[in-house]
Design a protein around this ligand. Structure first.
Ligand code: FES
Length: 183
């Protein structure tokens, strides 16, 4: 289905009624949805207590994209494409785990919790490990609620809303407060 067809279907949808069947069954519409909505906007994926301690990792799959969210050794929550930079193998397989470093099970490349490649066997002396760290994914924590954006340049609405009147940051009891990060 071409984009024009999709826009026409949306424009002429019958208000107050469910969308036409293809919106629930058509693979092309699904692909557009994944690209235009899930691939470009901020998505809620979890809470900071999902990764409470340094080395804790959780994996979130967004369509065909797997994202590893982990707390690094300095306590910062980071997100990376869950793909080894050697030959593209999936790096973390478990939904939740705790690691010292991230070790690929195929040829044992090792990444630290900040995503830097720290060990790669048989790559020769000229190989530059600093150019082969994990690919980062944009992540924000809003009072402990974790949002990621797969786009290279994420929309500014999230930061703008947060910077606005502060309403987004005035939750009575934040997810962070409910976790183990604060007494
Ligand atoms: S694919 Fe990960 S080390 Fe080779």
């Amino acid at each position: 289905m071409m984009m024009n067809d999709l826009v026409a279907r949306l424009t002429h949808r019958k208000k107050g009624y469910t969308l036409e069947a293809p919106f629930y069954t058509d693979k092309d519409i699904f692909d557009v949805d994944m690209e235009v909505i899930f691939g470009r906007h901020w998505l809620f994926v979890g809470v900071e207590p999902d990764v409470p301690e340094p080395g804790d990792v959780m994996v979130v799959d967004i369509g065909k994209t797997s994202v590893a969210i982990l707390r690094d050794d300095d306590g910062e929550v980071r997100a990376f494409h869950n793909v080894c930079r050697h030959r593209g193998a999936r790096l973390v397989h478990e939904e939740k785990s705790t690691v010292g470093n991230l070790v690929c099970r195929y040829h044992s490349w090792v990444y630290d919790t900040a995503g830097q490649l720290i060990h790669a066997e048989h790559m020769g002396e000229t190989f530059d490990k600093s150019c082969h760290g994990l690919k980062p994914v944009h992540i924000r924590s809003l009072e402990g609620l974790l949002f990621v954006c797969l786009a290279e340049n994420p929309p500014k609405d999230f930061d703008e809303a947060r910077a606005g009147d502060g309403a987004l940051s005035r939750a009575p009891q934040s997810a962070r407060d409910q976790g183990r990060l604060q007494p």
